[in-house]
Design a protein around this ligand. Sequence first.
Ligand SMILES: [Cu+2]
Length: 364
Amino acid sequence: MNLGDIARNKLQSLALLVAAVSLAILPQSSFAQEISEPATSVDEAVAEGQSVADGEVVTETDAPAFEHFGPDMILGQPTSFEDDAIASMTFQDQYTVNGDYALWMHDAILMPIITAISLFVLGLLMWVILRYRRAKNPNPSKTSHNTLIEVIWTVVPVIILVVIAVPSISLIAKQYQAPPEDAITIKANGYQWYWGYEYVDNGGFEVISNMLSVEEALTAGEPHQLAVDNRMVVPVGVPIRLQTFGADVIHSFGMPSLWFKLDAVPGRINEKVLTIEQEGIYYGQCMELCGARHGYMPITIEARSMEDFNAWVQSQPGGMTRAQLDAEAAAAAAPAPEADAEGEEADADAEADAADAETAAAAA
Ligand SMILES: [Cu+2]
């Protein structure tokens, strides 16, 4: 190795060192800044009452006003130990039919069975320890088989497992029921490290959602690390076909109070149906370890009446309600009045031709 090579090697390692140090001291906020940008520009467009559709700036005229819910409408969120010790250790309140069922299964089936078995085993242990200790029972029994006891300790656990299996399997079946055909499709895209909500059935616009800073969350009266700048607004009481997709790595869309968790996997679309029972704000998080800022990509769902949802959709760039899309499709499908008349004539001709052909065939 000559002197030049040595110098080059030294320089390369120095460059690596400088890069590593600058990465380490680069403020975290600069990452957040990068990913917040698209959302800010959309906000500005909305604030100016304009929507950017197909690259054109369109001024909105008749879109109804929409206002987001305040913190008084927060329903689905975790409870801190200080506020309520018991609630902090168990499930959040549930706002879907599946969530109610799962909570019932936990409270009425699993917990009583677990408690009874634990107490029974504890009782048996205590009895054996006290009654059959060496001082009390110097000559232990040599019994090695007892058919009755063996049958009981085989059959009873089988019955317990069957009792648990029936509601358990039925819950799995409920969770994976296919959404009805008219369900509203919303696609949640997981990015490193934020969420994008694509409104497939409402014009295909995407809402980019980033976590609020501590100050912003406190000002808004919302919980920090759960509150976001742009919420996922959904209609209440109607089935939503919620699809998940991973744009880079595997994420997971998890909403504890809605009994909904679905992995967002690159290269495939997962889907489950979600029907929220009550208007309000619900918080969730990414639930798959997805990288450095995995803990900072929360989900906020705002469930609104269909009327409010439609108003919100129209406030989004390129957003179209179902009625608007249907009307547009009908207008595109229906020919102009003149063409319509000609079309009818053409139809009549075709029918006559068909009749002629039938007669000819019959004659032959
Ligand atoms: Cu993630």
